[in-house]
Design a protein. Structure first.
Length: 483
């Protein structure tokens, strides 16, 4: 029977990372009904990705509003998905990563008692407020999910540590599938600002800074460091910054970096231009999660302007450095990469801890093989039957254990008791014997005493009859005492 798979996505990074999987599912029409719902938590940036991968959604909640709040987005998605799920009646809902779309879709799936597959599961920064709200969105999505597709071993370990050990699969990250299908040598950029640049003439540093935690003072520090770098290397280095749609980011970027001849403040790039721009850059300064995975896969050093990362694999491998939102630190590390060839070589050593380009294939294989009964914790027909059956099975198992234990315990007690009994019997025998011996001794003694008394009485009686017998007394007394 075909499985109906509903993939729910809402932002640009989700679309980039879910696209290869949706396309892979589509290759198996005999096995799956491939249904796609977009929430459009991002609109334009999402559509750009869908266009490139030729994905036409079956449902579009189109929730994006100016100045939308997290709760507003959450509420819109929850109510929108109610009717999508009612109409499409999926067997599995796939969500990705750490967005409000993922969390809301997982929660909605739970409300409808439909199993959830979590793609890019189990990354953790360990700080609930950073990335915000993504760290909690991913953690909560993970606690609802039934199938966990962890990109790396470390990610799977995060989940094990939190007590989730069932249905955790290490698959690699689907972003590498997307990247490898997009990057090519001799690529011609579509973006107007990029297509006129001769990239052979100067080194390019790629910048993306937009994260919520960096808005305000941290962003000013980061961009001021970049301004100092741009002034220092005015004639040698080109800085390209595709600025996020968020107006706060755009305003800050224009204020600090606007007017510098070697800094290109351009609009968001489509994913093809973006991945190919990473490929020809010298290194990357970013606070993005996705770029921390993509750039190392292409052998490009990354300076991450955050205090921690939920992607420590490339930090451990030496390709990524956490430089905080610290102006001096960012400046110094960038200068070191530009001027210290050994340091650059060390960091640009190509490592690819995030995947081999086959993550989507693995996930599809798991989906095809997944026996729903194994991971649906609440069956659709009667929510409680299975739970009760589970509890009963559990209780039965415990009773059996207890009985076995009881049997063992009884057996042991019986053995011990028999030993005691045997001991006691032995002691009784000994005591009896002692008693008997004693009795014998006493009676012998008594016999002896009584016979001596009797003899004495006899001696007196004989002497009374015949007083001459008195002369026999010395011999009688000797006999009496020595017998
Ligand atoms: N990206 C893109 N165009 C841009 C900036 C980023 O296609 O102008 C891609 C980038 O290559 C990566 C993803 O978007 O795959 C990262 O998105 P973002 O930084 O918004 O989110 P995060 O990865 O931090 O969740």
């Amino acid at each position: 029977m075909k499985k109906k798979i509903l993939s729910v996505l809402g932002t640009r990074p989700e679309a980039i990372k879910m696209a290869p999987l949706i396309l892979e599912i589509a290759k198996h029409p005999d096995c799956f009904d491939n249904i796609v719902c977009v929430t459009a938590q991002h609109r334009e940036m999402l559509d750009q990705v869908l266009d490139i991968f030729n994905i036409i959604p079956d449902y579009d909640l189109n929730i994006m509003q100016p100045k939308q709040t997290l709760s507003g987005v959450m509420g819109e998605i929850l109510s929108g998905l109610d009717s999508v799920i009612a109409k499409s009646r999926p067997d599995i809902i796939l969500v990705h990563g750490d967005t409000i779309t993922s969390f809301a879709a997982a929660l909605s799936a739970f409300f409808h008692q439909i199993p959830v597959g979590h793609v890019e599961a189990c990354l953790r920064s360990g700080n609930k407020l950073s990335p915000f709200p993504e760290e909690m969105a991913r953690t909560l999505t993970g606690s609802i999910a039934d199938l966990h597709f962890a990109p790396t071993k470390l990610n799977a370990e995060n989940l094990y540590k939190s007590g989730i050990t069932k249905n955790v699969y290490i698959t690699g990250n689907t972003v590498i599938d997307a990247l490898l299908s997009i990057v090519r040598d001799g690529y011609s950029f579509k973006n107007n600002d990029l297509c006129g640049i001769d990239f052979q003439t100067k080194k390019t540093i790629l910048i993306t800074i937009h994260r919520r935690e960096n808005l305000g003072e941290p962003m000013k520090n980061i961009l001021t460091a970049i301004k100092r770098l741009a002034l220092k290397y005015e004639n040698d280095i080109r800085f390209i910054y595709p600025v996020h749609k968020n107006p706060v980011v755009a305003e800050c970027a224009a204020k600090i970096l606007g007017g510098l001849g070697n800094v290109y403040l351009i609009g968001p790039l489509d994913v093809e231009d973006m991945h190919n721009l990473i490929n020809i850059s010298y290194f990357v300064i970013t606070d993005s999660g996705g770029l921390q995975e993509e750039a190392p896969a292409l052998g490009k050093p990354v300076l991450v302007c955050r205090t921690e990362t939920e992607r420590p694999e490339a930090v451990d491998a030496g390709t990524v450095k956490i430089v905080w939102a610290d102006e001096e630190n960012i400046y110094n590390e960038a200068v070191s990469l530009l001027e210290n060839t050994d340091e650059y070589k060390r960091m640009s050593r190509a490592v690819n801890p995030y995947g081999d380009g086959r993550a989507s294939k693995r996930i599809v294989e798991i989906l095809a093989a997944a026996d729903q009964a194994k991971y649906v914790y609440i069956p659709k027909e009667n929510p409680f039957l299975e739970i009760i059956a589970d509890i009963n099975r559990d209780i039965d198992a415990k009773i059996e254990d207890a009985q076995n234990f009881g049997k063992l315990r009884d057996k042991e007690m019986h053995r011990q008791f028999s030993l005691y009994e045997a001991e006691i019997q032995k002691k009784d025998i000994v005591i009896d014997e002692l008693r008997r011996n004693n009795a014998a001794l006493i009676s012998t003694h008594q016999d002896t005493l009584s016979s001596k008394k009797f003899r004495l009485a006899h001696m007196i009686a004989l002497t009374a009859k015949n007083p001459l017998k008195i002369f026999l007394w010395p011999m009688w007394i000797f006999k009496l005492l020595t017998r």
